[in-house]
Design a protein around this ligand. Structure first.
Ligand code: NAP
Length: 248
């Protein structure tokens, strides 16, 4: 049984989807959670639901994680609420797909900023309190396409591959302070992000997955719970794929 009582976790983009499920699982294990999202209403709804389900304190904050000022304020809010951040989950992410010949520069920049620059900004803010505490867990939500590429997702797969490089580098920078930095690379998970796919596309995808089905947000959250816990204390700089066997 994983017990995260007295731990404080900050999860970005956790108003819905995978982030929300990660926040739920960490709260279920006893952690105090900060639900951060670009939309305050979405964050509040998730925070209220999790607080009423598990009966402990949650905080909702609005932040565009690609913006350094917002990220600094988000950490201020989290530290005001819980005096520490033991667990940081860099989860916020978007897609703006298209073949490279037609990809607009603004779509490249938007995806790189929201998916990758955000993780840099959040890790930079988390570094000081975690270094001081001489412990911490950073979990970066990457993607299998950061490992294998995907036609039509040059911006997205570059951002996720970048996140994997960031994970390995920070794992080396922080290891001596007992701060673990790991990534999760989900395959195709049933959320608003994949709802955009047609049934035919989903069927085609499933046929490439050895387990022959899309994953659920809870599958990713289970891996995040493990990486947030003491069970993973000797694991750092790793990428755990949660993909039904797609990449092996
Ligand atoms: P989702 O349902 O679209 O949720 C993403 C959340 O991030 C939303 O609440 C969104 O808010 C928020 N967000 C977007 N831009 C933001 C910003 N600038 N600042 C703060 N929050 C922002 O997506 P998901 O499927 O749960 O994906 C979560 C993470 O898993 C992403 O990093 C994604 O790349 C990764 N992932 C997903 C899959 C999959 O198959 N679903 C596979 C591999 C990796 P709004 O809704 O208000 O925009």
């Amino acid at each position: 049984m994983i017990d995260l009582t007295s731990k404080a976790a900050l999860i970005t983009g956790s108003g819905r989807g995978i982030g929300r499920e990660i926040a739920r699982k960490l709260a279920q294990a006893g952690a105090d959670v900060v639900i951060s999202d670009i939309d305050l209403g979405t964050a509040k709804a998730a925070a209220d639901e999790i607080a009423s389900e598990f009966g402990h304190k949650t905080v909702a904050l609005a932040a565009d994680v690609s913006n350094a000022v917002d990220v600094a304020k988000m950490f201020e809010g989290a530290l005001d609420a819980f005096s520490k951040v033991d667990i940081l989950v860099n989860n916020a992410g978007i897609t703006r797909d298209g073949l490279i010949m037609r990809m607009k520069e603004e779509d490249w920049e938007l995806v790189l900023n929201i998916n990758l620059k955000s993780a840099f900004l959040c890790c930079r803010e988390a570094a000081r309190p975690m270094m001081k505490a001489r412990c911490g867990k950073i979990i970066n939500i990457a993607s299998v396409v950061g490992l294998m590429g995907n036609a039509g997702q040059a911006n997205y797969s570059a951002s996720k591959a970048g996140m994997i490089g960031l994970t390995k580098t920070l794992a080396r920078e922080f290891a001596s302070r007992s701060i673990n930095v790991n990534a999760i690379a989900p395959g195709f998970i049933r959320t608003a992000m994949t709802d955009k796919l047609t049934d035919a596309e989903k069927e085609k995808l499933s046929s490439q997955i050895p387990m022959a089905k899309l994953g659920e947000p809870g599958d990713v959250a289970a891996a995040a719970l493990f990486l947030a816990s003491g069970l993973s204390d000797y694991i750092t700089g790793q990428v755990i794929t949660v993909d039904g066997g797609l990449v092996m």
